[in-house]
Design a binder for this molecule. Sequence first.
Ligand code: C5P
Length: 420
Amino acid sequence: MTPATPVRLSNLSTQSFNTNAGSPIKGKHILLGLSGGVACYKSAELCRSLIKQGATVQVVMTTGACQFITPVTMQALSGNTVYLDQWDTRIHNNMAHIELSRRADAILIAPCSTDFIAKLAQGHCDDLLSTLCTARPATTPLLIAPAMNVEMWQKPATQRNVVQLRADGCQLFGPAQGDQACGETGMGRMLEPEQIIAELNCVFSPQSLAGKRVLITAGPTFEPIDPVRGITNLSSGKMGYAIAQAAFEAGAAVTLISGPTALPTPYGCTRTDVQTALQMHKAVFDQISGQDIFIAVAAVADWRVENTSAQKLKKNHEGDTPDLHFTPNPDILAEVAARPAPPYCVGFAAESENLIAYGTEKRLKKNVPLLVGNIGHATFGQDLNELVLFDAQGYSSLPLADKTSLARQLIVAIAVRQTT
Ligand code: C5P
């Protein structure tokens, strides 16, 4: 079969690329509300991140928020007039609550203070931000990122208000557990800007994997020779981690089994760290039951050293080299695909040449419905990639893009195939 898009494998390292090309937030108009709290300092970064993702941002601040960060800063970062007051005469019909809420694709309150949560739960309208939240159309999502001291978060009154807000359809992003600005520790930290962006991506993503469980392997494996040496490869884990994040955005419950990488855990995903192929094999089979989809992105070492040394191997002065014996590692993907009722299995092939021939052959050999090919040595560690999808119908390409964007496209391609 001829591919819909011609397969063209570019020189990845020489290209620059728009990294928000596939962002679900791109083109959305976000009303970013700030209520009073020290976490307002994170709202500046959040505003920048939203704009980097291609959103437009309208900031509205409460009087309390202005104690923590100035409207000037938020205006400079958002590139838009900041509104503070219901009676602002710059709104042509002087109905700021209607005008601003009608333009928004979503209202995001970050930080959302204890008092603002109480106001929202009660439907108060005593300032511009609370009034526009109440005036918003029923279809406009109201999203809040609570930020407060642990005691304030745990108070029965706050918890009652949170239950009420959820029942009213408001979505909570966080809060997180950890050190607080006041010096105490516990629940109540506002999520970090990138975590709020991940949550927002879910809101605007098609929930193509809603209710699905997805298990993903990512990164390299490390096969020891002795206590200080080993064999590994150049996989950075970026592609697998991006796929995990995209699957979460698409509504899946995601478990990531990762070889050694320097990457942070994708927001919302559960992660198990392993080092060797045997450990990865065990972790996969410990968690495979009940999974709907298995995506094997990891660059698993084909062989491990059989005669590992308990002590560091010493150099000898005659220049002898160590006598290492290799033994094959289990093929995790092929074993999962061979189970009696396997999950929908997706494999990866990192090739250095003949991608089309090797990809076609590898899909059949591993007996998986979908195999994703890329030029391994060109993409390892890079932010860009291009993929070729091999299935029973033939092959087609996902052209050069950043890995986040490709991961989202791949998740759509998997969701369509998995349900047909
Ligand atoms: O055989 P090859 O390593 O080229 O196959 C690559 C695909 O198989 C990837 O999806 C990889 O994660 C998976 N694999 C595996 N276990 C191995 C080797 C590869 O799951 N031992």
